[in-house]
Ligand binder design. Structure first.
Ligand SMILES: Cc1cc2nc3c(=O)[nH]c(=O)nc-3n(C[C@H](O)[C@H](O)[C@H](O)COP(=O)(O)O)c2cc1C
Length: 246
């Protein structure tokens, strides 16, 4: 097994960090690896915010569904899907470009998230753990003000980084579903009831006893409702072709 394959298979999320700081040259390498990720039309449709202000980390720990480990992370990067930078470039170049739409946002999100994953993998190669924070999509109004976001800029991905504590190193990586349920051939197949049972069993859980409580905790939780409300607000900025650029 190559080193890369081993690293990809063994990486796991880190939510508790030692007090060690990430050296600047290591951070530079992590960022260079993010830039090296595939990017649509080589446009780099993202801006990366390095959150160094402790007060902002504290505020994010609260706005991101009260996850205190965010405030304790030595490095917090937010990968913004940036539909503003090129638009301004076009305008300055004399091109009358229309306001960005949902498709432009999705493309920029793809760019930002792929760059983020390169950063996570690069960090892992230095022994630095990371964890995505999906809850950065919550509380649009708070996050927009906190980070000074533009209306055409969306926080596509947030990652916290740091050196893992011994407890995190020894924690088991969560099990994945069996390959035959995740990989299909040529056309989409909706899983039958028996396949659903086998799907969850393959990951060590029970459809009858585990899945409904999980759904209540995750899919139907207050934070999921808040995320849906908040993202709908972000999307409003991209939903109307008739609105002006500014
Ligand atoms: C889009 C996304 C959002 C996530 N959001 C959170 C989060 O807000 N808090 C958290 O503790 N973990 C979060 N995670 C980490 C997942 O819980 C983790 O990746 C998953 O349980 C699998 O574990 P592993 O990364 O250790 O393999 C997120 C992961 C992804 C990809």
């Amino acid at each position: 097994m190559s080193d890369i394959i081993k690293q990809l298979k063994e990486r796991k999320s880190t939510r508790s960090f030692t007090s060690a700081q990430i050296p600047p040259d290591v951070l530079d390498e992590i960022l260079e690896c993010a830039f090296a990720a595939p990017t649509a039309g080589c446009q780099q449709l993202y801006t990366i915010l390095n959150i160094t202000d402790q007060q902002k980390k504290d505020a994010l720990a609260i706005s991101c569904d009260n996850q205190p480990f965010i405030a304790k992370a030595p490095l917090v990067l937010i990968f913004l899907a940036d539909c503003r930078r090129w638009l301004d470039g076009y305008e300055l170049a004399g091109l009358k470009a229309p306001a960005p739409r949902e498709a432009d946002l999705l493309l920029a999100c793809a760019d930002a998230i792929i760059a983020a994953q390169n950063a996570a993998v690069a960090a892992d190669s230095f022994g630095i753990g990371s964890c995505y924070i999906g809850d950065v999509w919550e509380q649009k109004e708070t996050v927009t003000e906190l980070l000074g976001l533009d209306k055409y800029v969306f926080p596509a991905a947030m990652l916290v980084f740091g050196y893992p504590t011994a407890q995190q190193e020894s924690r088991a990586k969560p099990k994945r579903f069996a390959k035959n349920f995740i990989v299909q051939e040529n056309s989409y197949h909706r899983l039958s009831e028996s396949e659903q049972r086998a799907l969850f069993a393959s990951q060590g859980s029970n459809l009858d006893t585990d899945v409904a409580p999980f759904g209540k905790r995750k899919y139907m939780s207050d934070f999921a409702c808040e995320m849906r409300r908040s993202v709908a607000e972000y999307l409003k900025e991209f939903g109307d072709a008739s609105i002006s650029q500014n």
